[in-house]
Design a protein around this ligand. Structure first.
Ligand SMILES: Cc1ncc(COP(=O)(O)O)c(C=O)c1O
Length: 256
């Protein structure tokens, strides 16, 4: 936000699945100028598809509304576009589902938060295992649980660890997306639109590619993903922790 202020930029938070999560004491989506939440079919709450934007700025809210309807002025002030806006309209039916879902979001996030933190409490003493990290003053609504392994301390490769946890009956996978988004071909090859480099044809833009966000790259290379949701019982979490413990302790004893 300090950088944005310095260069007069707007900050849009992609907080697709950060419902009610807190970063340094502030709810995700309220830190930047606009917060964007997803309502697609695999998020904490869903309307089948679609999403929501929130903002404190009435002028941004006015402009955002235009994108829901081709820049038509649904406030009755006419149809004289200031610019071309897309048509990201949500149907009334989808909107009704979204409103009903919103009423459930607090309970869903509270339960996930309790389960995720419980898992952390049960595995935080294990060699080579770094539990899902919560920054000070933060709170997670655990869209999934992401721990990280230190292969050297653990005494096993991440792939081996994941295979062993799975063999204990606990769904677990390596990493998250295969590459950071800035390493996708559309950006590295400048093919946002077919057969043109637009909008990456501006001068002095450094090329996209590996190394731009080393921390994100390190997380992707060391993370393991476990599923969690509000329907899990405390017993489910204890069984997940027991499996992780069994595997970590086995490798630790083997490398002695
Ligand atoms: C961080 C993040 N942003 C955006 C999206 C896309 O959301 P939607 O499918 O609602 O466009 C996702 C979806 O998985 C996501 O994980």
């Amino acid at each position: 936000m300090a950088i944005a202020e310095k260069y007069n930029l707007k900050v849009i938070e992609d907080c697709a699945q950060s419902y009610l999560s807190i970063y340094k004491g502030r709810p995700a989506g309220t830190i930047g100028d606009v917060g964007c939440f997803s309502l697609n079919d695999f998020k904490h709450i869903s309307a089948g598809d679609g999403g929501m934007c929130i903002t404190k700025d009435p002028e941004i809210a006015r402009q955002l509304a235009y994108y829901a309807d081709k820049h038509y002025h649904r406030d009755g002030s006419g149809r004289d576009p200031e610019w071309l806006a897309a048509n990201y309209r949500m149907s009334e039916l989808v909107g009704a589902v979204a409103i009903a879902q919103l009423k459930k979001v607090r309970g869903i996030c509270e339960r996930r938060n309790k389960l995720g933190d419980m898992l952390t409490g049960l595995i935080s003493d294990l060699p080579g295992i770094q539990p899902h990290r919560i920054t000070p003053g933060g709170k997670s609504s655990y869209w999934f649980y992401m721990l990280r392994v230190n292969e050297q301390e653990l005494g096993a490769a991440r792939s081996e660890f994941v295979k062993a946890v799975r063999a204990e009956g606990i769904p677990c996978s390596e990493g998250y997306i295969a590459r950071p988004v800035y390493c996708y071909d559309v950006l590295t090859k400048g093919q946002v639109f077919k057969n043109t480099r637009f909008p990456l044809d501006v001068p002095d833009v450094p090329p996209y590619g590996p190394g731009m966000c080393p921390t994100a790259e390190e997380v992707l290379a060391t993370a393991c993903r476990l599923s969690i949701n509000e329907f899990y019982t405390d017993q489910d979490i204890k069984e997940m922790a027991a499996a992780i413990r069994k595997v970590a302790v086995y490798y630790a004893s083997r490398s002695k």
